[in-house]
Design a binder for this molecule. Structure first.
Ligand SMILES: Nc1ncnc2c1ncn2[C@@H]1O[C@H](COP(=O)(O)OP(=O)(O)OP(=O)(O)O)[C@@H](O)[C@H]1O
Length: 246
C-alpha cells in the first residue's frame, strides 16, 4: 500500500448517506502527505464520517477511498489499520488495563519484544512530557490531560504513517489544551507523519494545521492553507466560521 507520490488520502466521487438521508454526493478531495490537515465545519457536516471512511470503519455507498494511493481493502482491515493511528475525544482507554497495557495493546498483539515496547514508550513519554511512573496506574488514576496524551501515545505506538484525530484535544481545560498542542507539535517535528484531525475549534485548526478543509453539510466549502483561508475565505459561510472564533 505505497505510492510515494500519492496523497495521504484521496476521496473520488464519494457518495455516502445514512438511513436514506444523503450526506456526500460525489465528493472529490485529496489530503496531503506528511502534513497536518484539519477538517472543520459545523456539527453534523460529516467530519467524523470522513475519518471513519478513511480507516474503513464505514464504507462508501459509491466512489473510492484511497490511502497512500491504495484503495481501502475491506477484506483486510486489520493490516491497513496497523498503518493508521486513531485517537478520539472520548479517549477510549480500557479501564481494566494499566496505562502500559493500554498503550502497548497493539504492540503486544504484534508480539513485539518487551525491550522494543519499552524503548518506544520511553520515547513517546519523553515527547509528551509524561512521567514513566504513570505506566502502572489505571485510567481512573490519571488526569484528563494525561489520559488524552496517553490516548495519543497509544495511537502513535506502531509509528503509523497516518494518524487520525477526532476532537482528540477537546476534552480538557484550555490551559491543558495548549500544553497538549505544544506536545503534539513537538511530536510532529520529531516524527513527521500525515495527520488528519477533526476539530470544532477554528483557532485550533488555524494554529495546528498546514492544510484546512472547511465543510458544510456534505460539501467542501474550501480546501487551502490556513493562511489563505484566514485571508481569503471562499464564501460567506467560511467567513462566518472565522468570525465565530472565540
Ligand atoms: N452511523 C450513523 N447512522 C446514522 N446517521 C449517521 C451515522 N453517522 C453519522 N450520521 C449522520 O451523518 C451526519 C454527519 O455526521 P458526522 O458525525 O460525520 O458529523 P460531524 O461533522 O463529525 O459532527 P460533529 O462535529 O457533531 O461530531 C449527521 O447528520 C449524522 O447524524
Amino acid at each position: 500500500m505505497s505510492d510515494d507520490s500519492a496523497p495521504a488520502v484521496r476521496f473520488s466521487d464519494l457518495h455516502k448517506g445514512f438511513s436514506g438521508q444523503r450526506l456526500f454526493e460525489g465528493i472529490d478531495l485529496e489530503l496531503p502527505r506528511d502534513r497536518i490537515t484539519a477538517l472543520v465545519g459545523a456539527s453534523g457536516c460529516g467530519k467524523s464520517t470522513l475519518l471513519q471512511l478513511i480507516n474503513g470503519l464505514i464504507r462508501p455507498d459509491a466512489g473510492k477511498v484511497e490511502v497512500f494511493g491504495a484503495a481501502v481493502d475491506y477484506t483486510n482491515l486489520p493490516v491497513m489499520r496497523r498503518r493508521i493511528g486513531y485517537a478520539v475525544q472520548q479517549i477510549g482507554l480500557f479501564p481494566h488495563l494499566s496505562v502500559r497495557d493500554n498503550i502497548a495493546i497493539l504492540a503486544d498483539r504484534e508480539k513485539w519484544e518487551e525491550s522494543r515496547v519499552k524503548a518506544r514508550i520511553e520515547r513517546l513519554f519523553a515527547m509528551m512530557d509524561l512521567d514513566l511512573a504513570l505506566l502502572t496506574r489505571y485510567p481512573h488514576e490519571i488526569s484528563g490531560g494525561q489520559a488524552q496524551r496517553v490516548g495519543l501515545c497509544r495511537a502513535m505506538m506502531l509509528e503509523p504513517p497516518l494518524l487520525l484525530l477526532d476532537e482528540a484535544f477537546s476534552a480538557v481545560d484550555p490551559i491543558t489544551r495548549i500544553e497538549v498542542h505544544a506536545q503534539f507539535q513537538r511530536m510532529q517535528q520529531e516524527e513527521p507523519r500525515s495527520v488528519v484531525m477533526v476539530t470544532h475549534d477554528m483557532n485550533e485548526a488555524l494554529s495546528l494545521s498546514d492544510h484546512m478543509v472547511v465543510m458544510a453539510p456534505g460539501v467542501v466549502l474550501q480546501a487551502a492553507s490556513p493562511d489563505i483561508i484566514a485571508k481569503a475565505p471562499a464564501d460567506e459561510r467560511v467567513a462566518r466560521l472565522l468570525e465565530a472564533r472565540a
